[in-house]
Design a protein around this ligand. Structure first.
Ligand code: BGC
Length: 730
């Protein structure tokens, strides 16, 4: 023990003086993080280093108390800060001061197509994590929307790697501005929940680099994320939480990631692989509160005593543990040990306002025939129907579940807005049953009675707002299992048809994180995709329905007409969900994910990627392309608001390679900008295309390459509403 230590312990008042005289380098703020890490490492024993590499409770890992280096506390993520759990038991600890703000689900953020909004999101959720003393927030997730069945799509940012990359970076910067690490997850190829612990994914090098990795790469290279979570599944035979190709070769060597690789909870299977294949911190292995046996204690983790034994016997080199401890120390110095980080705040009105703003920006007006929306202020009676009008959507869903300070339901939101001037009445219409983690208790309600009541209410009301969709039950939008089918569950199709028979003025509000089949789409005049809106969900829905806010969200993924129109699914079991025997899976759809599939196979979607209407109309004109001195190409065009209300339009730019000699998507998103326009206003928009915009991954050369020749630049309001086109030769 250093000489000054007992002095501080016995004479606390002298501690400041003593510290200023002989502060060890690792505690000295004036030194760089790397100097402090080196000093801490050389002061630590082998046992202390090993102790850092695995959990000490279900959501924390050890520091070095002897040296004054604190523990590392983590929390889910990504839509708010998880309520406190017991120390080593997976149940809520029932604290009374841990209720948080629920921010909209990441699909909603993606639909905003608005990077500054993602930064606001990250900053606010990071402030909540900081206030709760969590140094790592387990999110955001950027796995790709490959099929509409993935139970966790709602936690991710859609089907397009460019869009996800542009949004993940500001989210991370926002979180980390609080001295809280973001933890981008689940790296990688975790695109389904079916057999998530062992499905063994193979994918072409090209699809890996062009579709599945770019958002992670952006998180590391541009977002400078401080931690990454390895996925549960396997990639080419090895679990992703200890996978040499993904973690050592790509993440650490190629992208120069200097942070910590944290395993998914229970994602580690082997000491040698965990030691050598890029993992730094093992979490969640057999965590059962140590109730079943001592064999499940934290000491038995693969990176605990078994690791120490192999280090001592020389089976594992000591540089391996130094490397892991170095990264973990760096993370601790960046977060908990950063004395200048702000203090954060929890569930404030400011955070609620941010949540409402994101929800407004992400909501997508899918259709609006007969201009049934916005709802006029003269309306006299509204029937609000559907279980999702009153159901909490922050409970359930798995690890992203929250305990909220409050949550405004759609019914409350509609009543807040219209209740003074119109009769707003409610009927449940259908019942889904109660979420009980791994099983669903059947609905106690009589389905026929619920439907009859709703239809009777619809018949006597001026307008019906049907709030349906999916929910956070297992097999819906929920971790652990995929959806079983593409249609709306719980008899909602029949309910909708019966309602349409008595009242044609129906606005359908779909609350979900996934596309759903809509066989009745032609008969429903207005459809709003509302996602999971969080704390202010109901108010934000009312903002959009009333026209107080003009909708501006765009779909971050394609809605296929039917499930078999989806590429991954249409290619058979090997492609999704993998083979029953051995759980091997090949992403046979390759680079043709989402709109890339629909476009190349000429399969019309129900609603295309990038689609979303407004209460005003936009006109695009005057596209010009110029080559800049730095080699970039600048696309300039004009957007005008031709309607009577102001609004935001998301201008989208796609590229198309003319006469390509290689397999290529028809069009690929390479630029977008959300532009606010007053009624009658016009603005010039410029988007930059750098050399990466034109590259593809050349599998033979194992590198990015550019095809020479002509490209068409397409500009418009969605992947299928292209208003301007021009060619350019590279
Ligand atoms: C999930 C992660 C989550 C972790 C901790 C896992 O089951 O896959 O996303 O962060 O649990 O709750």
């Amino acid at each position: 023990m250093k000489k000054w230590m007992p002095l501080i312990a016995f004479f606390p008042l002298l501690s400041t003086v003593a510290m200023s005289q002989k502060v060890p380098v690792y505690l000295d703020d004036s030194k760089t993080i790397e100097q402090r890490v080196n000093a801490a490492l050389s002061a630590m024993t082998l046992e202390e280093k090993v102790a850092m590499c695995h959990a000490q409770s279900i959501f924390s890992s050890k520091g070095v108390a002897r040296l004054g280096i604190p523990e590392l506390w983590m929390s889910d993520g990504p839509h708010g800060v998880h309520p406190e759990l017991f120390y080593d038991y997976w149940a809520q600890a029932n604290w009374t001061n841990d209720s948080s703000t629920a921010f909209p689900a990441l699909t909603c953020l993606a639909a905003s197509f608005n990077p500054p909004i993602a930064e606001l999101y990250g900053k606010a959720v990071g402030e909540e994590a900081r206030y709760r003393n969590k140094s790592v927030l387990l999110g955001p997730g950027v796995n790709i929307y490959r099929t509409p069945l993935n139970g966790r799509n709602f936690e991710y940012m859609g089907e397009d790697p460019f869009l996800a990359s542009k949004l993940v970076v500001p989210y991370i910067k926002g979180v980390q501005s609080n001295g809280v690490a973001a933890c981008v997850k689940h790296f990688a190829l975790n695109e389904q929940e079916t057999w998530r612990m062992d499905v063994d994914v193979d994918v072409s090098e090209r699809a890996l680099h062009e579709i599945y990795l770019p958002a992670f790469k952006a998180a590391v290279k541009e977002g400078k994320v401080w931690s990454v979570m390895g996925a549960y599944n396997k990639f080419r035979g090895h679990h992703c939480s200890h996978n040499d190709i993904l973690l050592n070769q790509i993440l650490k060597k190629e992208w120069k990631f200097d942070g910590v690789v944290i395993s998914d909870w229970g994602g580690v299977h082997n000491t040698q692989e965990a030691a050598y294949n890029g993992l730094d911190l093992e979490m969640g292995t057999n965590t059962d509160g140590m109730t079943s046996s001592i064999a499940n204690s934290y000491n038995s983790y693969f990176l605990a005593v078994p690791f120490l034994k192999e280090l001592n016997s020389g089976k594992i080199d000591t540089f391996i543990v130094n490397e892991k401890a170095r990264r973990i120390l760096r993370l601790i110095f960046r977060t908990t040990m950063n004395r200048n980080r702000p203090f954060g705040s929890l569930a404030t009105p400011e955070h609620a306002a941010v949540a409402r703003k994101i929800a407004q920006e992400g909501m997508v007006l899918l259709k609006n025939d007969k201009q049934i929306l916005p709802i006029p202020n003269t309306i006299k009676s509204i029937a609000v129907i559907g279980e999702n009008a009153t159901r909490s959507m922050t409970i359930g869903g798995g690890s992203s579940e929250l305990k909220v300070r409050y949550e405004v339901s759609p019914l409350e939101g509609i009543k807040n807005r219209f209740g003074k001037t119109a009769l707003v009445q409610y009927a449940q219409g259908y019942g889904s049953g109660k979420y009980l983690y791994d099983s669903i208790a059947p609905s106690p309600y009589d389905a026929v009675k619920l439907r009859d009541e709703a239809v009777a209410l619809a018949a006597k009301s001026e307008l019906v707002v049907l709030v349906g969709g999916l929910n956070k039950n297992s097999n819906q939008d929920c971790e652990g299992r995929d959806r079983l089918d593409y249609g709306l569950p719980f008899g909602q199709n029949e309910l909708l048809t019966d309602i349409l028979n008595v009242n044609k003025n129906v606005v359908l509000v779909v609350v979900s994180g996934n596309a759903v089949e809509m066989p009745w789409e032609k008969q429903v005049p207005a459809i709003v995709q509302a996602w999971y809106g969080g704390t202010e969900s109901g108010n934000a829905i009312a903002d959009i329905l009333s026209g107080d806010v003009n909708p501006s969200g765009k779909l971050p993924f394609t809605f296929p007409v039917k499930l078999s129109d989806n590429g991954a699914i249409s290619l058979g079991k090997t492609s999704y969900p993998g083979n029953e025997n051995g759980h091997k899976q090949v992403y046979k759809d390759g680079i043709f994910v989402g709109y890339r599939w629909h476009d190349s196979k000429s399969i019309p979607p129900l609603f295309p990627f990038g689609h979303g209407l407004s209460y005003t109309q936009f006109a695009y004109s005057n596209l010009s392309l110029t080559k800049e001195t730095d080699g970039n190409i600048k696309a300039t065009f004009t957007i005008a608001n031709k309607g009577k209300v102001s609004g935001n339009e998301v201008a989208q730019l796609y590229i198309h390679k003319e006469n390509s000699t290689i397999e290529r998507a028809e069009n690929e998103l390479k630029g977008f900008q959300k532009v606010f326009l007053l009624a009658g206003e016009a603005k010039t928009v410029s988007l930059q295309l750098n050399k990466e915009a034109f590259q593809y991954y050349n599998e033979k050369r194992k590198d990015w390459a550019t095809e020479k020749g002509a490209y068409t630049i397409l500009v418009g309001g969605s992947s299928r509403e292209v208003y301007l086109k021009k060619s350019i030769v590279l």
